[in-house]
Unconditional design. Structure first.
Length: 287
C-alpha cells in the first residue's frame, strides 16, 4: 500500500475507524501505522506471527512489515473487530521534530520509518491510548479551528505514550529479572531452612501472585516445585561428596520428615538415596 492513497492531505496524516473483514489481503506499506483494537476479538497476522487480539491492544507497524487483522468469525455483524488506525510517513516525522524534543524518540520514529526495528505491541491498561485514538479520529473527521495543530499534538502524545509504555515495560522486565535473581540466590542460601512464600514476599516486596508468575516464567516450575528440585539436587551432591548419614543430609537440605525426603528423592531421581550413593561411588571408582 502506498502513501499516496491515504496521505494526500497537507498533514500527511490519515486516521480512520474500521470493521475488519476477510477481504483485505496480507499487505505491507510505505508508512508507519498505529493500530488500536477498540472492540471485539480476532487475530493479527504480522510478519511471521499470529497474535490473538482483544480490546486495548495497540500495535505499531513499521514500514515494510506485512500484516493484516482478521475477525474471530466470518459473521462480522455479530462478531465485529473494530480497529482505529493512525497512519503517517517521514514527512510528518519531520514536522513532529518541532514538537518532540527528545532525540531518542525522534530516532525511534526514524527507525520505524526505515524498517530498522520490529513491530511493537503494548496494552492500554488505563484507557489513555483509546482516549487519544478517539480524539484523533474526531478531530480528523470533523476539522475545526486549529485542527492541524491539535492533530500534530495528539499524534505526538500517541507516539510519546507508546514509547514511554514500551520503555517502562522493558525497564520493569529488567528490574523483575534482577529482583528474581535475588530471590533465587536467597533460596540457595537458605535451602536448609524452612522457606515459605511469605519469606519471599518479605525479602522482595512483591506479592505472592507476582512471585508465582516469575517462577513459572523463569524456571518453568512453581515455587514449591523449584524448591524441591533444588533440595534434591543439593542432597545428590552431598551423597556423592560426603560421608554424612542420609538422615543428616535430609536435614541439611531442609527436610524435617524422612518419609517426605525419600518420596521426593525417588520421584525426582528414580532411586533411593542409598542406591544413588552406591551407584555414584561405583561410577567414581570405575573411572
Amino acid at each position: 500500500m502506498k502513501s499516496e492513497y491515504f496521505l494526500h492531505n497537507h498533514l500527511q496524516l490519515f486516521v480512520n475507524r474500521c470493521s475488519e473483514d476477510f477481504v483485505l489481503p496480507f499487505h505491507a506499506h510505505d508508512f508507519i501505522e498505529y493500530s488500536y483494537v477498540a472492540e471485539g476479538k480476532g487475530f493479527h497476522h504480522i510478519g511471521e506471527d499470529v497474535i490473538p487480539v482483544t480490546k486495548g491492544m495497540l500495535f505499531v507497524i513499521p514500514v515494510g512489515v506485512p500484516h493484516v487483522f482478521r475477525p474471530v468469525s466470518t459473521n462480522v455483524t455479530e462478531h465485529p473487530l473494530i480497529i482505529y488506525n493512525c497512519l503517517f510517513n517521514a514527512e510528518l516525522i519531520h514536522t513532529l521534530t518541532a514538537i518532540i524534543q527528545e532525540k531518542e524518540i525522534i530516532q525511534h520514529l526514524m527507525d520505524l520509518e526505515q524498517n530498522q526495528v520490529p513491530y511493537i505491541s503494548v496494552v492500554d491498561h488505563n484507557d489513555r491510548i483509546e482516549e487519544l485514538m478517539v480524539k484523533l479520529y474526531r478531530e480528523s473527521s470533523v476539522p475545526g479551528i486549529g485542527s492541524s495543530t491539535m492533530l500534530y499534538t495528539l499524534v505526538s502524545q500517541l507516539v510519546l505514550m507508546t514509547y514511554r509504555q514500551l520503555y517502562q515495560k522493558e525497564h520493569d522486565e529488567e528490574h523483575h529479572s534482577t529482583g528474581f535473581d535475588y530471590i533465587l540466590h536467597y533460596i540457595k542460601e537458605h535451602v536448609s531452612n524452612r522457606i515459605r512464600m511469605s519469606d519471599l514476599v518479605r525479602v522482595s516486596g512483591w506479592s505472592e501472585k507476582q512471585i508465582g508468575r516469575m517462577f513459572l516464567r523463569h524456571t518453568g516450575q512453581t515455587f514449591s516445585g523449584h524448591l524441591q528440585h533444588l533440595r534434591i539436587q543439593k542432597s545428590c551432591e552431598l551423597l556423592k561428596s560426603s560421608q554424612h548419614k542420609v538422615s543428616l543430609i535430609a536435614e541439611l537440605v531442609g527436610y524435617r520428615d524422612m518419609d517426605s525426603f525419600y518420596a521426593a528423592f525417588k520421584k525426582i531421581t528414580g532411586e533411593t538415596p542409598l542406591a544413588y550413593r552406591k551407584k555414584s561411588r561405583a561410577q567414581h571408582s570405575g573411572q
